[in-house]
Design a protein. Structure first.
Ligand code: C2E
Ligand code: MG
Ligand code: MG
Length: 518
């Protein structure tokens, strides 16, 4: 839990840092792209201004405005889309405009006017003079010698195509004061800006355009909120992507683990490579010590270490491998029986079934064909099911009955560990009741509560043969025999054995007449 918390905190930190970087990049790229477009526009504008001023100053000026002069001035302006109006001042003081009007030079902007900016090379600029000819023309007036231009602010801003939150300023390099602003918010820059570099200063994001325009630096400005917005988007995107990536990695790792390293994967491998073995634990007649049968128990060793069936059987059940495993056990039992146990008189082998086997409609057919092939009578093979394997009772009854019809006996295994009553058992097609060892501990066998005893007597009244599980010491034997239990399975008699040892031991303790038969 702690490790997961640390991991998540580290992920958040990494995402925050990456969002920081990404947001800066996004904002910078946005400004750079706008700057590229703006620069091109300013260059065209600069060209039009120079050409028109040159043309105006080259005109031969008469003493008074004449229709011919008006015409020439208008021609110079006609093709220049950014130039709203132009005019020349005559030596007489009259001013002739491209609109064919004459007006007094007092109407021209003067040095004292607000927004005056001497740009060198004989040019003067008036930014936001307050003497607007029209709302569109008022932004910038340029004068050089006797020529004057009014720039078309509307077209200029349209072409600059600044988004609402971006402000474009022309800033005086010396005073760092903005002279022209696309949104009428004149800036005062804190320090000189490196052209082409995005700077985060004073809660604003600035980019100075690489090309200067008449001693003024174009500055594009975004409010800091644009960065914050970009940061949140980046953060959300990166966090989402990281989570998707981590989930993907997790799923991939889980898949790889499940495929190659998990217990079911190793078990599958063991099954395919024949690394599983089958042992048999004898079921003994307590009266005379004769072996009546044996339970087939799967054994699996990994690197020499045994793995308990209590561990790998549930893993096989959960991973859907159990059907294959049970069929492997049946096959091995058939082979072992045919090779080692065929001469054992009335000797049966019990095979444990799981819930999947009990509801598998093809299982009885498989069993029938298999034991027929090995010429093994169905009475020699008993199937054990625990109460837990009978969850789908209707289906289980059908399958168990089919096995029974073939001649197999059915045993209820570990009886007492589930929740079913003996009345429940009455409905099942069963022949043998194996009482779980937890019921038959020496103290319980000698105690007066006698629950086990009731189980035994009711089982007998249901005509079920009883097998006592987990008989470990001689003291367990007498009470069981007294209660009428003849068969037992437990370490007192034998642990589970490989088939060759089982056969050998069977014949060494069996009737000499039988031993002679093999
Ligand atoms: P189970 O079917 O009840 O098998 C009897 C278990 O009790 C075996 O444990 C056996 O070794 C153990 N046992 C026998 N005598 C004594 C004794 O005197 N004292 C004690 N304490 N234990 C004794 P094992 O081999 O560990 O198997 C455990 C369970 O795994 C089995 O219980 C069975 O449910 C399952 N199992 C084993 N092999 C298979 C198999 O091939 N298929 C299926 N579906 N389940 C299997
Ligand atoms: Mg069993
Ligand atoms: Mg058992």
């Amino acid at each position: 839990m702690f490790a997961a918390g640390v991991l998540f905190a580290a992920l958040l930190l990494a995402v925050c840092l990456a969002a920081n970087q990404l947001a800066s990049e996004l904002v910078s790229n946005r400004l750079r792209n706008l700057s590229l477009e703006g620069n091109a526009t300013l260059q065209v504008l600069g060209g039009q201004v120079s050409k028109t001023l040159q043309g105006l100053n080259a005109l031969e000026l008469p003493a008074q405005c004449t229709p011919e002069l008006f015409g020439r001035i208008a021609t110079l302006v006609k093709e220049q889309r950014y130039i709203y109006e132009s005019a020349v001042r005559l030596s007489s003081g009259a001013v002739c405009s491209s609109y064919g009007q004459a007006f007094a030079s007092t109407k021209l902007p003067a040095k004292e006017d607000a927004g005056y900016y001497p740009a060198g090379d004989g040019r003067s600029y008036w930014f936001q003079t307050g003497r607007e000819v029209s709302a569109d023309a008022g932004a910038l007036v340029i004068g050089q010698f006797s020529a004057y231009l009014w720039l078309n602010k509307g077209i200029l801003l349209d072409v600059l195509r600044m988004p609402a939150e971006v402000s474009f300023n022309l800033v005086d390099e010396q005073s760092l004061q903005s002279r022209f602003s696309s949104d009428n918010r004149l800036l005062k820059i804190e320090r000189r800006l490196e052209p082409g570099q995005v700077e985060f200063t004073n809660g604003m994001i600035h980019l100075a355009t690489p090309v200067k325009w008449v001693g003024l630096v174009g500055v594009l400005t975004l409010p800091y909120s644009a960065y914050r917005e970009a940061w949140w988007w980046s953060f959300a995107g990166l966090l989402g992507a990281s989570i998707v990536l981590l989930l993907g990695l997790y799923c991939g790792a889980s898949y790889l683990y499940a495929r190659h390293f998990s217990l079911p994967a190793k078990l599958r491998c063991a099954l395919q490579n024949n690394q599983l073995s089958l042992h048999y634990q004898p079921i003994v007649n307590m009266h005379n010590g004769q072996w009546k049968g044996a339970e087939a128990l799967l054994r699996w060793r990994v690197k020499g270490q045994p793995i308990s069936p209590e561990v790998f059987i549930p893993a096989a059940e959960n991973s859907g491998m159990i059907a294959e495993l049970t069929r492997w056990v049946c096959q091995r039992v058939a082979e072992d029986y045919a090779e080692y146990l065929w001469a054992c008189k009335d000797f049966y082998i019990t095979i444990n079934l799981s819930a999947t086997d009990v509801t598998d409609a093809s299982f009885p057919d498989f069993v029938e064909a298999l034991f027929k092939r090995y010429d093994i009578s169905p009475v020699q093979i008993v199937f054990e099911v625990t109460e837990g394997a009978l969850l789908d009772k209707e289906q289980a009854i059908i399958q168990l009955q089919r096995l029974r019809d073939q001649g197999h006996k059915i045993a209820i295994d570990d009886f007492g560990t589930g929740y079913s009553s003996l009345a429940y058992l009455e409905q099942l097609p069963i022949d043998i009741l194996k009482i779980d060892r937890s019921f038959l501990t020496p103290d319980k066998l000698h105690s007066s509560d006698g629950l086990w005893w009731h189980v035994v007597s009711m089982a007998r009244s249901l005509n079920l043969s009883v097998v006592a599980e987990g008989v470990e010491i001689p003291q367990q034997v007498d009470p069981l025999i007294l209660a009428g239990v003849s068969l037992a399975q437990g370490w007192l008699y034998s642990k589970d054995l490989p088939v060759d040892k089982l056969a050998k031991s069977y014949f060494s303790c069996a009737d000499p007449a039988l031993s002679a038969a093999i």
